[in-house]
Design a protein around this ligand. Structure first.
Ligand SMILES: [Fe+2]
Length: 310
C-alpha cells in the first residue's frame, strides 16, 4: 500500500497522463491502483473489494517480465496492507490494463527460482479456474489450454532460461490463464496463499505451488470429472484408466512438475510458523475465492489444510 501511495505521489508531481508498469504482478498491480487513485482520489482502502471503482481510470500499459500472474489482463490488483497484515483485493473491470505488451524476450533473464514460482502461479490459475464452481465455457477452454502450455514449457524455461520458445509458451500460457480466471476467480489455493504472503512474505508463486497438490487431493472427490482432463493436458497417459485413477494422475503430474522445478514440499521450510495457522485461516475465509472452490469449505477445513501442508 505504501508503494502505491509513493507511486501515486510521483504521478501527481509529473505531467503524465497515463501509467506504464514494467515487472511482475506486484508492479502491475501497483500501477493499476495508482491509475484508480489518479482518476478518483481517495486512499487505497476505499477501493477494497469488488466493484468499488466508480468509473474509468487513467490509461495503463502493462509490460510483464514474468510468466506469471496474468495481471496484465485481469480485473484484479492484490495490494499488501502491512498494518493489517492483509493482502487486499481490488477488483473492477476498470482495472484491466488498456494495453498489455507481452514480449517473452523480457522474461529471458528471470532467475530459476522466480521462473519456477511464477510459472507455478500461472499453472495454479489455470487449474483453479478449470475446476471451480463458476461454469464459463470460454474461461474453461482458455484455462485448460494454459495448463497444457505451462506443463509443456515450464521445465525447459526453468532449466534453460534462454530458450525463447519455452519463454514464449510460458508467457502466452500465463496470459491466457489470466484471461480465464479474471472471469471466474480461483479457489482455496489463492485464498490461503495470500495470508502466507501477508504474514510471512512467502512469495506468491511459492505459496501457491506448495499448497496446490494438498488442496487438489482434498478437492478430488468434487473434481472427478475435471481432473482427468487436467491430467491429459499435462501429458499423463490416461487412456484406458478408470476415471478415479485418471483423476489421481492430475495430482501426480502437479507434484512431479513442482519437484522438477525445485519447489519445497512443506510450508515449514519457507519460514511459516504453526501458531499463525488460526489467524491465516481467518483471513483465508475472507477471500471470495473460497466461495467458488469446488469443495464446500469451512474455517476448520482451512485450518486442516494449512496443517497438512505445514
Ligand atoms: Fe496467483
Amino acid at each position: 500500500m505504501e508503494t502505491v501511495e509513493a507511486a501515486h505521489a510521483l504521478y501527481r508531481k509529473s505531467d503524465a497522463g497515463f501509467v506504464v508498469s514494467v515487472g511482475g504482478g506486484s508492479s502491475m498491480d501497483v500501477a493499476k491502483v495508482v491509475a484508480v487513485l489518479a482518476a478518483h482520489g481517495g486512499s487505497v482502502r476505499d477501493y477494497e473489494g469488488i466493484g468499488k471503482v466508480p468509473g474509468p481510470v487513467v490509461p495503463t500499459v502493462a509490460i510483464p517480465t514474468t510468466a506469471g500472474t496474468g495481471s496484465e489482463v485481469t480485473v484484479f490488483a492484490v495490494i499488501t496492507d502491512r498494518q493489517r497484515k492483509f493482502k487486499m483485493t481490488v477488483g473492477s473491470p476498470y482495472l484491466v490494463p488498456h494495453v498489455a505488451i507481452c514480449d517473452p524476450e523480457l522474461s529471458l533473464s528471470m532467475p530459476k527460482s522466480l521462473t519456477a514460482a511464477t510459472g507455478m502461479d500461472a499453472l495454479t490459475h489455470g487449474i483453479e479456474c478449470y475446476i471451480n464452481k463458476v461454469h464459463n465455457p470460454i474461461a474453461k477452454t482458455l484455462a485448460l489450454e494454459s495448463i497444457r502450455m505451462i506443463a509443456a514449457a515450464l521445465r525447459t524455461a526453468y532449466n534453460m532460461g534462454t530458450d525463447l520458445q519455452a519463454r514464449s509458451t510460458m508467457l502466452l500460457g500465463s496470459t491466457m490463464a489470466g484471461m480465464a480466471f479474471t472471469r471466474t476467480r480461483l479457489g482455496n489455493v489463492h485464498a490461503m496463499s495470500h495470508p502466507l504472503g501477508a504474514f510471512f512474505d512467502v512469495p506468491h508463486g511459492v505459496a501457491n505451488a506448495i499448497l496446490l497438490p494438498y488442496i487438489m487431493e482434498w478437492n478430488l472427490p468434487f473434481s472427478r470429472e475435471t481432473y482427468p482432463h487436467i491430467a491429459a493436458a499435462m501429458g499423463e497417459p490416461v487412456a484406458g484408466l478408470s476415471p478415479e485413477r485418471a483423476a489421481e494422475k492430475a495430482v501426480d503430474a502437479v507434484k512431479r512438475l513442482s519437484q522438477d522445478v525445485g519447489i519445497p514440499e512443506r510450508l515449514r521450510t519457507v519460514g511459516v510458523t504453526r501458531d499463525a495457522i488460526p489467524g491465516m485461516s481467518q483471513d483465508a475465509m475472507k477471500s471470495g475465492n473460497v466461495l467458488v472452490n469446488p469443495r464446500p469449505t469451512t474455517y476448520e477445513d482451512i485450518v486442516q489444510l494449512f496443517e497438512t501442508a505445514y
